[in-house]
Write a protein that binds this ligand. Structure first.
Ligand code: NAP
Length: 573
């Protein structure tokens, strides 16, 4: 059975390593943060639980996993023209091995690996108010003391295994899409069950169906998916992009999702029903997010506009799926786009195959998982393999599981019990010197992730440098600033249809999780806001002068001390 929780064992011992900052996570965010902070002269080390770099792209090796946004050549780091020139993407929606290979290439090209420690989980991180530093223990038993704790722990990294009765009793193979094994998984000749029809399920299902003897899809909520229309990347586009990279980069920075998607200002009501139909058809054929973002400006804010597009997609499902009863089960009924929009490569068509069965859990609820399969009200589905495509405790889950202890030893899980308050999605009151990349209340999952990581890491680097230049020991948001930010994030979301749907954006997929929209919907305006905050001397934050107990380290790696303080000592290179 898939094991999602990590259980570190070694006892903390040995000398205490000193850094300016440690970064938790060597995914898209952590890799760039390491590069950037190191260049700024900070001593930094990255700790990563996986056996390789890449974060979500290291773990998500399930069949069919690929970028399902506008993709290449735009889902990448933008800061280096060399990287843009050197890396050749094959497809418009690169598959997981390609993205992972890219991130590995970046790690080598920027010589990042020497400062990354793999297979190391952070098992404890607590802020020492006297020393103004974080004291950290790893699963390997190391002790670290650092001024800044930078959490690049991923937004979709805390895999969620639902508490279905009997889930640990299944005797066959069982895998979670977000914790897929390194070795090849064969479906040949097997009866496979997939639970979950979000992005991961919708990508995996057509691939598994091609190999498996039989595939049973257990669907709780039917979803709208749009053809991804993945295709080989046009060399002419690549040439143009490479030649005009600074201008393209500026365009990406200015676009609402950090992606080159045309955003229309036209409202659905400005067109006739026939015109809307024709436009939807054109954008459906184009594929990708165009249907959602380039059709009408009010799809995500106006119920009628949304209904017209939703009905168009329901029509496509009825057209595609030959068996009308199966098609009916696949028809979604929430506001399109208010769950993460899915893109697929032949998802609805898969239900025309003889070896695929759809179980609608809304009419035939799941009762339990048995050693040999899944029991629903109508009977038992015998399985050799179970695939849990059941998603993540998104955006906050990995932070809560890390559970750093701030002022007074209070853990983040306690602080966030009823609401995920942050300031700018970067800082948290009572957690001085803890800075997040893609934290809750930042655009994170609704913005091009590598580009967002660059922009946030740059802000973090500037902030650290501000403290360094002024001899400051700590920075922390005020509770007021945090509350105002929370209201701003909520107000932006409440102006849309997002809060009307149970989705992971709202925390609704995790039992007991506070219902709260997880991201700032401002896009480029968000990045403008955080720049303004910095320009105004970090308005909304408070600083502490450095106390003597703080240890200063310089560029070039850690200092080791055998006690937790080494006043006045600075590192040599
Ligand atoms: P997800 O969107 O949260 O989907 C989870 C699925 O599991 C849903 O269909 C959910 O049903 C179902 N489920 C959960 N608990 C269940 C239970 N107890 N019984 C039956 N069904 C259950 O997770 P995901 O598909 O892994 O995707 C998460 C996010 O990761 C995506 O939205 C996307 O942002 C990202 N992602 C990106 C890519 C990419 O870019 N290539 C690929 C994969 C994922 P309900 O809808 O009823 O809750």
């Amino acid at each position: 059975m898939v094991n999602i929780q990590q259980s570190p064992t070694a006892t903390a011992q040995g000398p205490i390593k000193q850094y300016d900052a440690i970064i938790i996570g060597a995914g898209v965010g952590g890799l760039y943060a390491l590069h950037h902070l190191r260049k700024m002269g900070f001593s930094v080390r990255v700790y990563e639980g996986a056996a390789g770099v890449g974060g979500t792209w290291w773990w998500n090796r399930y069949p069919g996993a690929r970028v399902d946004g506008p993709g290449s050549p735009f889902y990448c780091y933008t800061f280096s023209e060399d990287l843009v020139r050197e890396w050749d993407w094959a497809d418009t929606q690169p598959d997981q091995p390609s993205v992972l290979a890219y991130l590995e290439y970046v790690a080598d090209r920027l010589d990042l690996r020497r400062d990354i420690q793999l297979e190391t989980w952070i098992r404890d991180a607590r802020y020492d108010e006297e020393k103004q530093r974080w004291l950290v223990e790893t699963s390997a038993g190391e002790r670290i003391c650092c001024q800044f704790l930078i959490c690049a722990v991923g937004t979709l990294s805390a895999a969620y295994k639902p508490n279905i009765p009997g889930i640990d009793d299944f005797a066959g193979e069982c895998y979670h899409t977000g914790r897929w094994p390194q070795e090849t998984v064969s479906f040949v000749g097997k009866r496979v069950g997939v639970i979950g029809t979000g992005s991961s399920g919708v990508q995996a299902i057509p691939e598994i169906a091609r190999e498996a003897a039989h595939l049973t899809v257990f669907q709780r909520t039917p979803q709208y998916t749009i053809p991804a229309r993945n295709r080989p990347l046009d060399p002419e586009l690549v040439r143009q992009v490479r030649e005009n990279w600074p201008a393209i980069r500026a365009q990406l920075n200015a676009s609402p999702a950090g992606m080159p998607i045309e955003i229309t200002k036209r409202l659905a009501s400005e067109d006739t029903a026939e015109q809307r139909q024709a436009l939807y058809e054109e954008l459906w054929q184009k594929g990708g997010f165009h249907l959602l973002f380039s059709s009408y400006a009010d799809i995500l804010t106006d119920k009628e506009a949304n209904r017209s597009l939703a009905e168009f997609v329901r029509g496509k499902i009825r057209e595609t799926v030959r068996d009308p009863k199966t098609a009916e089960k696949l028809l979604p009924d929430y506001y399109l786009g208010t769950k993460r929009q899915l893109l697929d490569n032949g998802y609805y068509e898969t239900f025309n195959r003889d070896n695929v069965t759809l179980v609608d859990l809304r009419e035939d609820p799941m009762q339990k998982i048995t050693p040999t399969g899944v029991r629903t009200t109508t009977g038992e589905h015998q399985l050799d393999m179970l695939v849990l495509a059941t998603g993540y405790d998104a955006v906050t889950g990995a932070l809560v599981r890390l559970n750093p202890k701030g002022r007074g030893g209070v853990g983040l899980s306690e602080k966030w019990r009823t609401r995920f308050n942050t300031y700018l999605g970067i800082g948290i009151s009572d957690f001085p010197n803890l800075l997040m990349i893609h934290g809750p209340g930042s655009p994170s999952v609704l913005f091009n992730m590598p580009l967002g990581a660059e922009l946030e890491s740059t802000w973090i680097g500037d902030c650290m440098s501000y403290l360094r230049e002024r001899g400051l020991g700590a920075i922390e948001p005020t509770p007021d600033a945090e509350q105002n930010w929370d209201q701003e994030v909520a107000a932006l979301a409440n102006a849309t249809l997002y809060p009307l749907t149970d989705s992971w954006y709202m925390g609704a997929n995790i039992p007991g999780k506070p219902r709260q929209f997880c991201a700032h919907l401002g896009g480029p305006l968000y990045f403008q806001r955080i720049s303004e905050v910095a320009a105004q001397g970090y308005e909304g934050f408070v600083f502490e002068q450095k106390r003597d107990g703080g240890v200063t380290t310089a560029t070039g790696g850690p200092q080791e001390t055998d006690s937790e303080t080494a006043p006045g000592r600075s590192a040599s290179i």
